[in-house]
Write a protein that binds this ligand. Sequence first.
Ligand code: PMV
Length: 331
Amino acid sequence: MIVVSAPGKVTLFGEHAVVYGEPAIAAAIDKRVRVKAIKRADEAVRIEARDLMLAGFKALLSSNGSVTLEGESKKVLAALSYVKRAIEIVREKYGVKVGAHITITSEMPVGAGLGTSAAVAVSVIKAYSLLAGLEFSKEECADLGYQVELSVQGKASRMDSTTTAIGGILYIDPRGERVYENIKCTSDLRGFIVGYVSREASTGEMVEKVKKLREKSPEIIDLVIKAMGELTRKARGLIERGELYEVGMLMNINHGLLEAIGVSTSRLSQMVYAARSAGALGSKITGAGGGGCIIALAPEREEEVIAALKAIGVSAFKVAFSSEGVRVEEG
Ligand code: PMV
């Protein structure tokens, strides 16, 4: 038996803009997705997601590629497509045929904007490849995870797959010499709260929405995307130096720009403003939007922000950043 886990992530700056080549800053968090893989006698793959907080399913991926699914819903199908593609990519690229029983669990809400799709894809790739006797490095897992996201979503950046595979706080620069650089902070970055509501649209749908808006008015949307890139470049130094007031201010500007490209909802904006009223230095959507999560920076005011979010019916929890990416826990 092999057990692999990988962290969720929050995007501090630059979601959506990163799809168009601008930099983003993302951090792995202390909540993980866990994948257990056991060899089967035949070549089929049985996938079971028992207690994924928003999407539980059971599926059988037979050796000819067909899928039998129990409990069909949009969310289930979305979650399954990442698992299915992750296994297919390892099978196709490396000629692997081994059958497996795969069980997935998550410590955080799935499909809410915390990068769980990538965490699932990367941990399935790592666990399934180990079962087949292949040793992929973290970078290889990140790359294969990216290919899974790309083929499921149509358009994706390397942000989620890199952050979950590598861990830490990363500066993702699609146009840079290196895909990512580690951001080294002089002081502990603390005081982050995540609030979440269920998602109305998938990451793929939100990426598509921005793409359409950009096609209609490239002269406007490209400026907004460029502005997101600029503030992300500026935020990097502020994070490194621990200048939290300025980081918060840039988070607020970033949220305004995300509103401008149409990825907020009235509920997300309500959450963002509730957090600020309760003392957050900054708050914004984190992830693709269309429902899902917000992140607030509220050092010394964590409890107040959590209470304010709960008062408007939103689930909220503290997050700490984690330097650990994908890791083998057993096997
Ligand atoms: O909602 P999430 O965690 O899947 O984040 C999506 C981030 C986007 O920038 C919108 C898409 C991407 O692939 O980078």
